[in-house]
Design a protein around this ligand. Sequence first.
Ligand SMILES: *Cc1c(COP(=O)(O)O)cnc(C)c1O
Length: 346
Amino acid sequence: MDTGPDRYEFASDNTAPICPEAWAALQKANARYAPSYGEDRSTAGVCDRIREIFETDCDVFFVFNGTAANALALAQLCQSFHSIICHRHSHIQTDECGAPEFFTKGSKLLLVGGANGKIDLGEAKALVARQNELHSHKPGAISIAQATEFGTVYTRDEIAAIADVARAHDLFLHMDSARFANAIASLNCAPKSITWEVGVDVLCFGGTKNGTAAGELVIFFEKEISREFDYRVKQAGQLASKMRFLAAAWLGLLTGDVWLRNAEHANRAARQLANRLQNEAKMESVFPVEANAVFVSMDHRLASGLHERGWRFYKFIVPDVYRLMCSWSTTDAEISRLIADVVTIK
Ligand SMILES: *Cc1c(COP(=O)(O)O)cnc(C)c1O
């Protein structure tokens, strides 16, 4: 682990190492020859395990990262003349370099606000009603993030309410879940209860931030929708020839619920960090801490003081809201070191 002067412990959950179980599974897969392009046993094992976890016969595809998962899933759902309703601060809007627009070949993202990173349903409905038939892009999908970019988690009822609106307007419901495990750990519910049971059509299920090196899943809950998606994945350069290594690491996560333990650990670390920031430094979290992220305001002196001590983390909302991210590997000692520096600088 990098313990040099730069400290990436709270910069993101993708600065964390590969978790031991995923690493062990990779090593095991590396001991032999195996078929390529997803014809191997590990890939089949992940698909079976996903169907077991979601308690339904879904279609599962691997891609390399979350941007590809979202963009290709949305391209599968939307024609070029469709629009996609999403939160103003969604990853597909702010962090994917136009990949959804590019891969859909013209779909437009329609932005709505909403507290705590969650879509305001009233605003979404008003937006749909405002679209000028034939002259505007035709609304085609709603995209929500679970957990959200602000470390909050939609409840089952909130998702069901969004799905009702989607159904009423003949829209697909896409879930960007780079942190699905954190959401499930937070809600302590069955994966089906916040996905297909309430009307989610496609789920982008992230493994990277949970403990693998790469590889995200695109899960379709309706077989008609996934038709020829394998070609879309290949054309986009997202079909791994050595797919078994993406899959093996995933099997490491999905065997014995490692994915949930990793997420519970990360969520618990975030709660602890938030509590200690509040109790020991009088710093309130800006959003409810429901997953593995903590957002706090810092004045320039504190932020730059921490940066000088090597702490790396991002400003998320101007002018002064910063994100501190926990992962499966966050330790009490790391939290204590950060808190000590915060208290010293303050
Ligand atoms: C990290 C993340 C992604 C995926 O990002 P990639 O860097 O493309 O893997 C997607 N959505 C959300 C909400 C994320 O946090």
